[in-house]
Design a protein around this ligand. Structure first.
Ligand code: URA
Ligand code: SF4
Length: 196
């Protein structure tokens, strides 16, 4: 079993926080373990809880469309969440749940070693970088402890707001432009340096 499969199995049987009591299925990360980028959302919703896979509902369709717009298929990338089990009624996962579950995300990152971690929306922004107000910071490239992060809005935010679709799509195009530049050993300009 490869290391990501081990994490997946541990997530599937995890009972480290109370969300295990209300979930149907845990939702481990999914995708290409050699991906240059990891997308990180908030937590599974109803469809994800039913299927055990991340971003398979309405928000997932928006993410897939944005990827397609950048010429990328979902299979090429790795997609996961800060919290791997659905919070009841899709409430925002609390600090305890996020802190408990974050160990799995850290493991995913340390195995995949992505060039860039794409932070989707406020909960991931807050959980991973301690940030808030993603709409002010979206489209920016962040460096912290020599890891690069790209900030954008959560795909779910585009479901009822058509204007935000182009925002998300433009950001995803920029993300893959940055990845291409990094792969060609070009220097990219960092918008924000976070100190830990
Ligand atoms: N929203 C998320 O944050 N993650 C999912 O997997 C689905 C919807
Ligand atoms: Fe475990 Fe994370 Fe699910 Fe909590 S949310 S039970 S820590 S996998």
């Amino acid at each position: 079993m490869n290391q990501l499969e081990v994490i997946k199995q541990n997530v599937i049987k995890c009972t480290k926080c109370d969300l295990c009591k209300t979930r149907t299925n845990s939702v481990p990360g999914k995708g290409n373990f050699q991906s240059d980028v990891i997308f990180v959302g908030e937590a599974p919703g109803r469809n994800e809880d039913k299927n055990g896979e991340p971003f398979v509902g309405a928000a997932g369709k928006k993410l897939s469309a944005a990827l397609e717009g950048a010429g990328i298929s979902r299979e090429e990338v790795y997609i996961t969440n800060v919290v791997k089990c659905r919070p009841p009624n899709n409430r925002v996962p609390n600090t305890k749940e996020r802190d408990t579950c974050k160990k799995y995300l850290k493991e995913e990152i340390s195995i995949i070693k992505p060039k860039i971690i794409c932070v989707l929306g406020n909960t991931a922004f807050n959980s991973i970088l301690g940030g808030s107000e993603i709409t002010k910071f979206r489209g920016k490239l962040v460096r912290k402890d020599s890891q690069l992060y790209f900030l954008t809005i959560h795909p779910a935010a585009t479901i009822y707001n058509q204007e935000l679709i182009s925002t998300l799509n433009e950001d995803i195009v920029k993300l893959f432009d940055l990845i291409r530049e990094l792969k060609n050993n070009k220097t990219v300009s960092i918008d924000i340096e976070y100190s830990s």
